[in-house]
Design a protein around this ligand. Structure first.
Ligand code: PLP
Length: 396
């Protein structure tokens, strides 16, 4: 690792003088390599590389599509767009319509526009402990440190109490009444908080939320940018709460395994009917890009294979066992599927991981682990063992 102060491009989310950079020469499915060094990717880069760094099925699907048609053309209807939309909707178990984007942020941006346009209301509720993207709308409902440097339309957003501090939703209900139900368009939540600490709301909290939103006729937008694509077990994170029927679902990242930028807003039938007679005033030049759609088709194909599911369940079991061991040792941690957080309290920093051949990051004194879902059992166990040794050494 070297501190590089002279790059002709920016490193994101850091002061440029303090940016931690890692030279890259080549990759295998699970490792980054440079000279004699290698780093095991235990974070799926930024949660998008859920199927490894060199997944030939996704890469070949993109290459094949490049030889056919590789320009976005929003007015064109074609089989690939029809097929992946239909299959993605089927995964939800309900009726939705797809609005494609190029990122999670743009997905959130468009979900907010749709919710506000249809309800005619402005306010969006969100959680303090959240990240929804770097564009202005998405950032305005982001609660973490990333929203503080920009002039955001904060008068259109309100922060709800943490689910842990409001297990029956009573405080949330009271907040909604105090704001005025006729002013609130929607609540937007990461189904399960990703980079901000893997907080997993209880079934009881989501049931209370459901009841409150129905009572006050407020829409539910679920940010599945990290969760969608089997990160937490089922295809979508909200499927851990079988009674949830979000009005809008935003997904991105793992939909293409990160090999092409693609996001989607799944709009419930009830809402999408509105646009039969009203103008959908949303759109992007590269909406529904065929290369992204081809990558998504490859992801849908590969995640439906028995081989994938068998490996996924094995990996989830090893991951859960690892977190059980941490808890036995008194280390505060949480996990669901292949997403986990460990409270490291300043005793471990990202550089310690990098120096020990692990590619993952620590933010706000939390180590977040999100290995790729297709990693072999032995590689995953070896990596987790290494992390376990580091945690033992530094935290005890
Ligand atoms: C939960 C969540 N929502 C939205 C986003 C924004 O996605 P993107 O970076 O693709 O715009 C992210 C990115 O990390 C995220 O973690």
């Amino acid at each position: 690792m070297k501190e590089d102060k002279s790059l002709p491009y920016f490193i994101t989310w850091t002061s440029q003088n303090e940016a931690l950079t890692i030279p890259l020469e080549r990759v295998s499915n699970d490792y980054f390599f440079e000279k004699n060094n290698k780093w095991l990717n235990l974070s799926s880069i930024s949660y998008q590389a859920s199927f490894g760094l060199k997944n030939s099925k996704i890469l070949n699907a993109i290459k094949k599509q490049m030889g056919e048609f590789s320009l976005a053309s929003p007015k064109q209807t074609f089989h690939l767009k029809q097929e992946v939309s239909t299959r993605l909707i089927e995964k939800t178990g309900s009726k939705y319509k797809c609005f494609f984007t190029l990122s999670g942020s743009e997905g959130i941006e468009n979900a907010l526009k749709i919710a506000r346009q249809i309800t005619g209301r402005k306010i969006i509720l969100s959680q303090k402990n959240s990240y929804h993207g770097a564009t202005m709308g998405a950032l305005s409902i982001t609660g973490d440190w990333r929203n503080k440097d920009h002039l955001l339309p904060k008068q259109w957003t309100k922060t709800i109490p943490n689910p842990q501090d409001d297990p029956n939703g009573e405080k949330l209900d009271a907040l909604i009444v105090s704001i005025g139900t006729d002013k609130i368009a929607a609540i937007c939540l990461e189904t399960i908080t990703g980079g901000n600490g893997v907080f997993i709301p209880t079934q009881k909290w989501y049931k209370a939320l459901n009841r409150i939103l129905k009572k006050h006729k407020i829409l539910l937008i679920l940010d599945e940018v990290v969760c969608a694509g089997h990160r937490t077990g089922p295809f979508f994170g909200f499927q851990n709460y079988p009674f949830l029927k979000p009005d809008l679902i935003v997904a991105a990242k793992a939909l293409t395994g990160g090999y092409f930028p693609l996001g989607v807003v799944l709009v419930s039938q009830k809402l999408s009917n509105y646009y039969d007679k009203h103008i959908l005033s949303c759109g992007l030049t590269n909406y529904g890009h065929p290369l992204g759609l081809a990558a998504l088709k490859a992801v849908l194909d590969l995640t439906e294979e028995d081989k994938f599911k068998t490996q996924l369940y094995k990996n989830i079991e090893s991951f859960a066992n690892f977190f059980e061991l941490l808890k036995d040792k008194g280390i505060v941690s949480r996990s669901i599927g292949l997403l986990g957080a460990v409270e490291v309290n300043d005793k471990l920093v990202t550089k310690d991981l990098i120096d020990n051949g692990i590619y993952a990051s620590i933010q706000n004194q939390r180590l977040i682990l999100a290995p790729n879902l297709t990693m072999s059992s032995s590689t995953l166990k070896k990596g987790l063992n290494k992390v376990g040794l580091l945690l033992n050494e530094k935290l005890s």
